[in-house]
Design a protein around this ligand. Structure first.
Ligand SMILES: [Zn+2]
Length: 428
C-alpha cells in the first residue's frame, strides 16, 4: 500500500508526504503521486506523529465510571476485584476493541498494556490495526505456594510468547510483575531473567504512592528502585525496563534509572484522580538520561484514553508545582507523548520524517481549537481534544479516515452488551 498526502501542514509549512509500505518515503513540495497511490487531500489539515500510550489496562475501559471517588483499597476490594473474577475471552476481546477504538479516535497508534488473556487482547489490537506490547500481569502476594504457581504458569506460556513474537509485527507479548508490594523478590527476579532471555519489555508499577515507598523502607530497608537495583534487575533490563508511575523518587533512584537508561511512564491524570501525588520529577529524570514517556493508565482510574488531554495535564502540572511557566513547553510535552514512547517500544516512529515508520495523524484545522492558528503545536497541546484528529495511519495503513473507523458501531454495541456479563457486583 502507498499513500500520498498532498498539501498538508507540517512544521508550519505546506508540503506533501509520500508513504510506501510501512515507512515515510519522502516529504517535499515538488513530490508527485504515483499512479497507484491512495491520495489524501491534506487541505486544512496538519500532520503530527501519533501518540504512544505507555501505561494502561485496555480492557478496563469496560469499568469506565464504575466506582469513582473511592480510595484505592475500597475501589479494588469492593468494586474491581469481585467483578474481575468474571473476566473471560469475550469480555477481554470487546474491552480491548473499545479501548483501541477510543485510542484511534484520539490519535494513538501504540500502547503498552498490562492485563490478562493475551491472545484475545492481541486479536482485538490486530483487528483494530494499531500496535501494542501486551504484558500478562502476575501477583504472588509474597506467598511461596503462589510463587511456585506463577513460575509454572510463566514457563507454560514460554513457547506461546516466543512463537507469537516471532510471527507478529504489530503485537508483542510479555509478562509483567504487578508491583513490588504484590510480587516477591524471587518472582521479580525470575521475571527479569525470563524477559532478558527473550528480549521482552519488563513493565511494572513502581513508586506510585508514598505508602509504597514507606512500606519498602520498612520491609526491605531500602526504597523501591533501590530494591530492584539490589536484585540486579535495572542493570539486567536496561532500556527494556518500563516503570509505570515512578512518582515518588529519591535522587539516588533517579541516578540508578539514568545509569541503566531505563524508561518510566508518567500518568498524570491517574495520579491526580487517585491523589497519589503530583510532583513528577520530569526535569530531574530527563537530565539523568531516563527516557520519560506518557500514559493515561486504564479508564477505571483516568476515565479516558485521550493522550492530548494527558499531554496538556502533564505540561500544566510541571509548570504548576515548579512555579515556572517555562517548564515543559508544548514541543517537549509532545515529544514525551510520542517519540519517547515509541523509543521504549522499540519502534522507529514518533516523528513525521523521511525513513521513519509511518505512524502519524492528521488533525482538522477547522476544529475550533485551531482557530485562529497562530501556532499549530501550541493549539494541539493546549487547546485541542482528541476529537480534532481526522485521519490516523499506523504502520503505513489508514486506520481512520474523516473520523470513520471500521467496525465502530459493532464495537459500541458489543461493549454495551458485554458489560452486564462483567459487572455483576455493585456495592451501595
Ligand atoms: Zn496501572
Amino acid at each position: 500500500m502507498s499513500i500520498f498526502i498532498k498539501n498538508i501542514l507540517l512544521d508550519e509549512q505546506t508540503t506533501n508526504i509520500s508513504i510506501k509500505g510501512d515507512k515515510i518515503h519522502a516529504i517535499g513540495t515538488d513530490l508527485v503521486p504515483a499512479a497507484d497511490d491512495t491520495i489524501i487531500d491534506g487541505a486544512n489539515m496538519a500532520a503530527f506523529p501519533s501518540f504512544a500510550n505507555m501505561h494502561g489496562h485496555a480492557a478496563m475501559s469496560l469499568f469506565r465510571g464504575f466506582g469513582d471517588d473511592h480510595n484505592l483499597s475500597d475501589w479494588l476490594n469492593q468494586w474491581i476485584w469481585p467483578n474481575e473474577r468474571n473476566l473471560d475471552s469475550e469480555i477481554i476481546y470487546w474491552g480491548v476493541r473499545l479501548a483501541c477504538l477510543e485510542m484511534i479516535k484520539s490519535g494513538t497508534t501504540a500502547f503498552a498494556d498490562m492485563y490478562f488473556f493475551l491472545p484475545d487482547a492481541a486479536r482485538a489490537v490486530e483487528e483494530s490495526g494499531i500496535r501494542a506490547i501486551l504484558s500478562q500481569s502476575f501477583v504472588d502476594l509474597h506467598n511461596p505456594e503462589m510463587t511456585a504457581n506463577v513460575r509454572r504458569e510463566v514457563e507454560g506460556m514460554e513457547q506461546m510468547i516466543c512463537e507469537w513474537n516471532s510471527s507478529h509485527t504489530l503485537t508483542q507479548f510479555s509478562i509483567a510483575p504487578h508491583a513490588i508490594y504484590t510480587v516477591s523478590n524471587e518472582t521479580l527476579k525470575f521475571f527479569a531473567d525470563f524477559c532478558h532471555r527473550h528480549n521482552l519489555l519488563y513493565h511494572i508499577h513502581m513508586s506510585e504512592t508514598n505508602s509504597e515507598v514507606e512500606n519498602s523502607l520498612k520491609d526491605n530497608g531500602c526504597r523501591p528502585y533501590e530494591l530492584l537495583d539490589r536484585l540486579g534487575i535495572l542493570e539486567q533490563m536496561g532500556s527494556h525496563f518500563l516503570g509505570a508511575h515512578s512518582l515518588h523518587l529519591s535522587q539516588h533512584e533517579i541516578e540508578l534509572l539514568g545509569k541503566y537508561h531505563c524508561n518510566v511512564a508518567h500518568n498524570p491524570n491517574s495520579n491526580l484522580k487517585l491523589a497519589s501525588g503530583h510532583k513528577f520529577l520530569y526535569n530531574e529524570l530527563r537530565n539523568a538520561g531516563v527516557n520519560v514517556t506518557l500514559g493515561t493508565d486504564g479508564c477505571s482510574s483516568s476515565n479516558n484514553l485521550d493522550m492530548i488531554e494527558a499531554t496538556k495535564v502533564m505540561s500544566l502540572l510541571q509548570k504548576g508545582w515548579r512555579n515556572d511557566p517555562l517548564a515543559m513547553p508544548a514541543s517537549e510535552a509532545l515529544n514525551v507523548a510520542t517519540v519517547n514512547g515509541f523509543k521504549a517500544l522499540g519502534v522507529d516512529a514518533g516523528e513525521v520524517a523521511v525513513g521513519k515508520t509511518a505512524d502519524l495523524m492528521l488533525v482538522n484545522l477547522d476544529n475550533l481549537a485551531f482557530v485562529p492558528n497562530n501556532n499549530t503545536m501550541s493549539n494541539l497541546v493546549y487547546a485541542a481534544h482528541g476529537d480534532c484528529v481526522d485521519t490516523v495511519i499506523c504502520n503505513g495503513k489508514i486506520v481512520m479516515r474523516h473520523r470513520h473507523v471500521d467496525g465502530e458501531e459493532e464495537t459500541i454495541r458489543e461493549a454495551r452488551r458485554i458489560v452486564s456479563k462483567l459487572i455483576t457486583v455493585r456495592p451501595e
